[in-house]
Design a protein around this ligand. Sequence first.
Ligand SMILES: *Cc1c(COP(=O)(O)O)cnc(C)c1O
Length: 429
Amino acid sequence: MAVQTVASTTDSANSVDLGPAAALSCRECGHRVPLGPVFACEECFGPLEIAYDFSGHDTEELRKRIEAGPANIWRYAPLLPVPADVATKPNLNPGWTKLVQADNLARELGVTGGLYVKDDSGNPTHSFKDRVVAQALEAARAFGFTTLSCSSTGNLAGAVGAAAARAGFRSCVFIPHDLEQGKIVMAAVYGGELVGIEGNYDDVNRFCSELIGDPAGEGWGFVNVNLRPYYAEGSKTLAYEICEQLGWRLPDQLVVPIASGSQLTKIDKGLQELIKLGLVEDKPYKIFGAQAEGCSPVSTAFKAGHDVVRPQKPNTIAKSLAIGNPADGPYVLDIARRTGGAVEDVTDAQVVDAIKLLARTEGIFAETAGGVTVGVTKKLIEDGVLDPSLTTVVLNTGDGLKTLDAVAGTGLTATIRPSLESFREAGLV
Ligand SMILES: *Cc1c(COP(=O)(O)O)cnc(C)c1O
């Protein structure tokens, strides 16, 4: 592919301004290559990630600069692979979502050490995916792509469509054809092309990998394939925001959903960076991963003590997490074990119960992925794995309006004639 060849020459790399991003480095063998739209190591085929040059930061100055920045992810631009003037470019500017102190839910679950919900349903397209797409978009601009694309379990398609619309890119995105209506509409409404593939997410992903190597995909930036190293960094902003919103403090425990596992690994990377930069005090934290039982390749491996994640065929209502062959699975296992966390799963019925629990205690309507994290939190407390006396942050990564079917049984309390008599008869007073 012409674009890839050009971008990996030294000349072109020097002309790419992605702020503190210095190079791509292999997570397996450490081999470094210049910044470009590549995602696999040429030496060992391991995944590439961004290596930064954060030298020259004075901690207090950096903290002040962040605090004076915009109320979106670009307040952390000095720590992201984006040009310094990123905030002036057309972008959806996601992030700085609410960290809700969930005292009612805490009481219900017996948490005494402080329970918080990081509510990413407040992003422009109502899921955490706006964070990662915003980074990929800047990389696409830097590498001269004109079409944005992705393989998606639903939320990503909407986030790419919206970001492309705002920034003047063409978009063409691929999803499993049988997604929830809410996700299909959310992906289609921004006017880009939306292609349903007869197969599951893993089939869609395989198709996109083929398209990248084909002339038909030339000039296309696939946010989660050839731009994946840049895309993935967007999840670090969740870690930054949580710590800043806690008063520049690390939480003790985090419960994070797992689809490909990218988000969880980059939250860990973000926390490590804050420690290294001196922005938070170094102390232990535990990261817990959450899956739905019907797609639980990582929790299955965790419980079996395996290092290898065996692919599964997904069958769950938590479709946004339904990746049967998660690329970052082994790294998630490492992080859960290294930090003293765990990976757990809950049934679809428990997901629905947890969606309702969060809604009735905190007024937050989560999509099924949020039901997964809240359900897993409850289960881990009941099993004595999560310590209720410690500060705990649970992620809600999407909006319940996207997965209405999951709570379709919820509805009218009563139907009455418009009269007081009828109201009394209904037994509500
Ligand atoms: C994509 C997604 C995630 C996490 O995805 P990873 O692939 O693990 O980074 C979590 N929640 C929702 C709602 C998502 O759409």
